[in-house]
Design a protein around this ligand. Structure first.
Ligand code: COA
Length: 436
């Protein structure tokens, strides 16, 4: 017998089974041969929230949560954040290798070529209420692109897939910027193809009457680094949504909209907005101990702390903390930083947080930087969605080309009624009265 097996004895039948172990995993479907009788469906696993279930093979992103390691295609996030542009990293995620100079030039040119939105998309966005949440506008407008590009349904064609990928990476910043300008009541600004990806985004956000927008290079680089840090994070809630919806062969615009919808939740990408709301509520450094007490008593969560996978300092949070110093040198400090630093200082030595391995995550400091740059909290998740679009698409492409993948369909443990006799409406009151 190979040592790479798991022997299970079913005490209901006294039968033993050898299951193969591959990559530290057994195949859940192998359990189905374990049956209490010939009519038995076979053993299943119960794993709410997928705490211990691998749903795919992936060669995109590696996380070691205990050691605080994050790598894209084998490259440490710290190295990529220091040396690369976001579009270079997007190429790496999608194609598996860093581009050479010519490949990068072509890639940047192609993405830039796809930044324009159809005028009807602009009109669609004009229809949102003035106070619509920018994340709702982004989700709906990305979904609406599916109607502009019906060719996107040809998901089996690699060239077609690549075209849609370029369209999405090119257009998402334009939609994000329009949602921002819409909520401020400013006219939309068209893309400027002379500018880099982050500079063009800043142009679409902040250009007013000047003939040519000139981005502050420190802020443009900070935004690019933030984009790199947010580009992918393996099988998180929104990526699982992307894969799950995409597994039905839904087109990539609708799948990306579904992923963005998942991202908008406060336990996921919405956490950076929630951090700012929390810091506002705390108000000053002096109120931090009282707030920590409330967290420990279970009344509230410390937003921006804790992670399903990281049980150590989130490596992205470390990089963001160092980026914040450069941003604040340009924008002036954000008073909320003092509150955040004090929260972190107290939490990192408090037994409650230490024993639960709760450390700052990517969202703890990103919102403070975004606010210093001039973004309102409602925009924070949109800023997360822009780079994550590259990650979602890399994961979607991997899923679509994986011969083992099928339409996603979890099992359930049914806990409802057994078959019941139907009672016609006119007899129901009497029947119910008799049973009460
Ligand atoms: C991210 C998150 C959803 C992960 O949740 P999870 O893996 O399901 O972890 P659990 O909820 O099982 O937490 C384990 C324990 O830590 C506590 N905990 C987790 N995050 C906490 C937080 N932010 N503040 C206070 N306590 C927290 C839980 O109450 C639980 O305590 P218990 O064992 O006494 O019941 C969770 O940490 C969270 O809600 N954090 C705040 C939101 C956030 O910042 N999200 C962004 C993620 S990038």
């Amino acid at each position: 017998m190979s040592s790479n097996t798991l022997t299970i004895t079913d005490n209901r039948t006294a039968k033993s089974y050898d299951l193969a172990i591959e990559n530290g995993t057994i195949r859940a479907t192998d359990l189905r041969k374990i049956k209490a009788g010939s009519e038995d469906f076979g053993l299943m696993t119960y794993d709410p929230a997928f705490m211990n279930t691998a749903s795919c093979h992936s060669s995109i992103t590696y996380i070691d949560g205990d050691r605080g390691i994050l790598r894209y295609r084998g490259y440490p996030i710290e190295v990529l954040a220091e040396h690369c542009s976001f579009l270079e990293v997007a190429y790496l995620l999608l194609f598996g290798e860093l581009p050479d100079p010519d490949e990068l030039k072509n890639w940047v040119g192609e993405i830039t070529h796809h930044t324009m939105l159809h005028e009807t998309t602009k009109k669609l966005m004009e229809g949102f209420l003035h106070d619509a949440h920018p994340m709702g506008m982004l989700v709906s407008t990305v979904a609406a692109l599916s109607t502009v590009y019906p060719d996107a349904r040809e998901i089996r064609d690699p060239a077609n897939r690549l075209l849609q990928i370029k369209r999405l990476i090119g257009k998402v910043p334009s939609i994000a910027a329009m949602s921002y300008r819409h909520s401020l009541g400013f006219p939309y600004v068209y893309p400027d193809n002379d500018l880099s990806y982050p500079e063009n985004f800043m142009n679409m956000l902040w250009r007013m009457v000047e003939p040519k927008y000139v981005a502050n290079p420190v802020l443009a680089r900070a935004l690019d680094i933030l984009f790199i840090l947010h580009a992918d994070h393996e099988q998180n809630c929104s990526t699982s949504a992307m894969r799950s919806v995409g597994s039905a062969h839904t087109d990539p615009f609708l799948s990306t909209a579904a992923a963005a919808a998942a991202l908008s939740g406060p336990l996921h990408g919405g956490a950076n907005e929630a951090v700012l709301i929390m810091l506002d509520e705390i108000g000053s450094k002096a109120n931090v101990p009282a707030y920590i007490k409330k967290v420990k008593e279970g009344h509230v969560k410390l937003m921006g702390f804790g992670h399903r996978v990281y049980k150590n300092y989130d490596p992205r949070a470390k990089i963001i903390k160092s980026v914040s110093e450069k941003v604040f040198a340009v924008t002036g400090g954000n008073p909320k930083l003092d509150i955040a630093l004090e929260l972190e200082r107290i939490a990192l030595q408090d037994e409650y947080f230490v024993t639960r391995k709760l450390y700052p995550n990517v969202d703890f400091y990103s919102g403070i930087i975004y606010q210093a740059m001039g973004f309102r909290p409602e925009m924070f998740t949109v800023l997360f969605a822009i780079p994550r679009t590259a990650g979602w698409l890399a994961q979607w492409q991997e899923m679509v080309t994986d011969p083992e993948q099928k339409i996603a369909r979890p099992r359930q443990i049914y806990t409802g009624c057994d078959v019941r006799e139907f009672v016609p409406l006119e007899k129901r009151a009497a029947a119910l009265a008799a049973t009460r």
